[in-house]
Design a protein around this ligand. Structure first.
Ligand code: ADP
Ligand code: MG
Length: 250
């Protein structure tokens, strides 16, 4: 699959020969420097962007238009400040089949408990910390049981402590839901900690440099980062970026 943006200043090959197949229930990270096309991959997968060459298939069928069964979390949570946390999470239900609203209301309460926001349903987004807002955004993305969860640098704006905690929580939640996740990050340790496979990307043009299987037992704790195997993965990925002239990104 490839993607070229056409503009008045000429053409820009954002993605070249992206050949990636994600298994159902797999946790895959896209790791790479800014501008290597990570968000473009996500938008192509979501059916939000026309691709230029090749195709995108979901469950064996070519994707045409916005994909169904999808949840998306962005770096900046897109919570509406005038709605309570609960009403923000319920937002997707307002566009679908109204008869399902009752079921989704209890689902929303369950998700709030699961992400550690039990009791916060009537608060407003501006009353929450950055980490709590991202937790709420995750709830909203999970409301309709997406078979594919796309996360574009969801924890990139958070401090390290909050990020670590959200990494552990995300791992736990994914362990319960076991849907397919495509997670975008420019942090090497975050990618290794969370993923079954890390797709290392290079830029100019955006492409896959290497795909690495992360063979570490789950559930993974923060202590796994101190193990020799983790350090090996980390050093290997760092060397790929050095080789590409990108330098370390984390
Ligand atoms: P990343 O998410 O890895 O930082 P992006 O996918 O956002 O990278 O961007 C990849 C490349 O495509 C960049 O060079 C960027 O400037 C370019 N690009 C992204 N979106 C557009 C667009 N809508 N029009 C033109 N160029 C774009
Ligand atoms: Mg991006």
């Amino acid at each position: 699959m490839g993607k070229t943006y056409h503009s008045m200043n000429g053409d820009l090959t954002a993605l070249q020969d992206i050949n990636l197949s994600i298994r159902e229930g797999e946790f895959v990270s896209l790791l790479g420097p800014s501008g290597c096309g990570k968000s473009t991959v996500l938008r192509c997968l979501a059916g939000l962007e026309d691709i230029s060459t090749g195709d995108v298939q979901v469950k064996g069928k070519p994707l045409a238009g916005p994909a169904e069964g999808l949840g998306i979390v962005f770096q900046r949570d897109v919570l509406l400040d005038w709605r309570t946390v609960f009403d923000n999470i319920m937002l997707p239900s307002e566009f679908g089949d109204r008869s399902r609203v009752a079921g989704l209301r209890s689902k929303a309460m369950h998700l709030l408990q699961m992400v550690g926001l039990g009791g916060y349903q009537d608060r407003y987004p501006w009353e929450l910390s950055g980490g709590m807002r991202q937790r709420a955004a995750i709830c909203r993305a999970l409301l309709d049981d997406p078979s594919l969860l796309l996360m574009d640098e969801p924890f990139g704006a958070l401090d390290e402590f909050t990020r670590d905690q959200l990494n552990l929580d995300l791992q736990r939640i994914w362990g319960e839901i076991r849907n397919t996740v495509l997670f975008i990050t420019h942090s090497i340790p975050e990618a290794i900690l969370l993923s079954d496979r890390v797709v290392v990307m290079a830029r100019n043009p955006g492409r896959i440099a290497e795909i690495i299987d992360i063979d570490l037992p789950r559930p993974r704790t923060m202590a796994v980062r101190e193990t020799p195997k983790f350090a090996e993965y980390s050093a290997h990925i760092r060397s790929i970026f050095e080789h590409l002239g990108t330098g370390a990104t984390a």
